[in-house]
Design a protein around this ligand. Structure first.
Ligand code: ADP
Ligand code: DP6
Ligand code: CO
Length: 355
C-alpha cells in the first residue's frame, strides 16, 4: 500500500483584539471574542508535512527537527483524534479507503522563533490541521477546521483564514459555536502592512496557556475587560476594517494591546511580557503619531504586543519605509525588523537578521 503524504503551510496571525482567558481549558473556549490579521503566506509561517502508512506503529511529531511527545489526552492527541473522526465520515459516506486506522507522522518547521510571543502556536496548529486535512482529502470548510485547530491552540483557529479574521467566542458548552470567520479578505485592504521587530527570540518565561489561566484565576481587571471593553471594541474595529479607517483601527489596536498587558500585570503574581525595549518602541510610535496629528494629520502607525516583548507595528504601506528607518535608527541593535504583508526592502546598513 502506498504511503500518503501532504505538505501545507500556515502563516502567523497577530491579534488586534487579544484573546486572553479560557472559560473551558480542555475544549479551549475563550472568555472573549478576538480579531486578528493573518500575515501573508511567504512571511512568518509554519510548514508541515504529514504522512500516513500502515507500517507506522504510533503517531509521532517532530518540531524543527526535534521529536515532541504526544501524550494521551494532550492538545496534539485531540487534534489527531478529531481529524480521524472527520476522515471516518468521508470513508463511511463515500467509500474512501480506510486510512484513518493508520498512524500519522508529522514534521513541522517554523521559519521564525518558536514560543517567543510571535504566535508560533497559531501557525503551528493551523498548519497541522490543514496538512492532515489535505492528507485525508477532507471537504470541510476553514471554519469547520478552525474548530479543531482551536483545540490545539486557541489563536490557531484564526490562521485558517487569510486577511482579517474574528474568532467568535460562542456560548455553547460543547464549543460548536466557537470558531473563526472571515471579517474581510486580504484584498479588501491591501495597503495595510506590518513591521515585526524581534526584540528577543528567546522562549518566553510564562507560556500563553499558563499565563492566561493565572489571569482568569486572579485578575479582577479581566472581568471588566471581558464584559465592558472587548465587545464594544470588536464592533468598532470590525467597522473600521470594513471602512478602511486606519485611524480608528490604530487607536483600538493600541488600546487593546495596552489593556491585555494591563490584565497580565493585574495577575498574581504579575506577568511582564514587555521589556524596556518594547516600551521604548511604544514611546517611539506615540511620538511618531504625535508629530503627524500635531500637523493635523492622522495616526500613521499602531503597535501591538502578544505574550512576549516583540513589537508588531501595523501601518499603511506608504509609511512603512519611514517606520523601518525610524526603528532601525533608534534600535540599531534590534535583531530583526521586517515588513510582512507586502515586504519593503530594508534600508542598506540596517543591522538586521532577517528571519
Ligand atoms: P507563541 O507565542 O510562539 O505562540 P506559545 O506559548 O503560545 O508561544 O506556544 C508555543 C508552543 O506551540 C510550542 O512550545 C509548541 O508546543 C507549539 N508549536 C509551535 N510551533 C508549532 C508547530 N509548527 N507545530 C506544532 N506545534 C507547534
Ligand atoms: C496574546 O493561542 O497561544 O497571542 O490557546 O493556550 O494555546 P493557547 O494560547 P495562545 O494565546 C494567544 C494569546 C495572544 C493573543 C491572541 O493571539 O489573540
Ligand atoms: Co501562542
Amino acid at each position: 500500500m502506498a504511503l500518503y503524504q501532504a505538505t501545507t503551510s500556515a502563516p502567523v496571525n497577530i491579534a488586534v483584539i487579544k484573546y486572553w482567558g479560557k472559560r473551558d481549558t480542555k475544549l479551549i473556549l475563550p472568555t472573549n471574542s478576538s480579531l486578528s490579521v493573518t500575515l501573508d503566506q511567504d512571511d512568518l509561517k509554519a510548514t508541515t508535512t504529514s504522512q500516513t502508512d500502515p507500517s507506522f506503529s504510533k503517531d509521532r511529531l517532530w518540531l524543527n527537527g526535534v521529536e515532541e511527545e504526544i501524550k494521551p489526552g494532550s492538545r496534539l492527541a485531540t487534534c489527531f483524534e478529531e481529524m480521524r473522526r472527520l476522515r471516518r465520515k468521508v470513508e463511511q459516506s463515500q467509500g474512501e479507503p480506510a486510512i484513518s486506522q493508520w498512524f500519522i507522522h508529522v514534521a513541522s518547521f517554523n521559519n521564525f522563533p518558536t514560543a517567543a510571543g510571535l504566535a508560533s502556536s497559531a501557525a503551528g496548529f493551523a498548519a497541522l490541521v490543514s496538512s492532515i486535512a489535505a492528507l485525508y482529502k477532507l471537504p470541510n470548510s476553514p471554519s469547520e477546521l478552525s474548530l479543531i485547530a482551536r483545540q490545539g491552540s486557541g489563536s490557531a483557529c484564526r490562521s485558517l483564514f487569510g486577511g482579517f479574521v474574528a474568532w467568535q467566542a460562542g456560548t455553547a458548552t460543547d464549543g460548536l459555536d466557537s470558531y473563526a470567520v472571515e471579517v474581510a479578505p486580504r484584498e479588501h485592504w491591501p495597503e495595510i502592512s506590518a513591521v515585526i521587530c524581534v526584540v528577543s527570540d528567546h522562549k518566553k518565561g510564562t507560556s500563553s496557556t499558563a499565563g492566561m489561566q493565572r489571569t482568569v484565576e486572579t485578575s479582577t481587571l479581566l472581568q471588566h475587560r471581558i464584559k465592558e471593553v472587548v465587545p464594544q471594541r470588536m464592533t468598532n474595529i470590525t467597522k473600521a476594517i470594513k471602512d478602511r479607517d486606519f485611524d480608528t483601527f490604530a487607536r483600538i489596536t493600541m488600546a487593546d494591546s495596552n489593556s491585555f498587558h494591563a490584565v497580565a500585570l493585574d495577575t498574581e503574581p504579575p506577568i511582564f511580557y514587555m521589556n524596556d525595549v518594547s516600551r521604548a518602541i511604544v514611546n517611539l510610535i506615540v511620538e511618531y503619531n504625535r508629530a503627524s496629528t500635531a500637523a493635523g494629520g492622522p495616526l500613521k502607525a499602531a503597535y501591538t504586543y502578544d505574550a512576549g516583548p516583540n513589537a508588531v507595528i501595523y501601518a499603511l504601506k506608504e509609511h512603512i519605509p519611514e517606520i523601518v528607518n525610524l526603528v532601525s535608527h533608534y534600535f540599531p541593535q534590534a535583531e530583526s525588523a521586517r515588513s510582512p504583508l507586502g515586504a519593503e526592502p530594508l534600508p542598506a546598513g540596517f543591522n538586521a537578521n532577517i528571519i
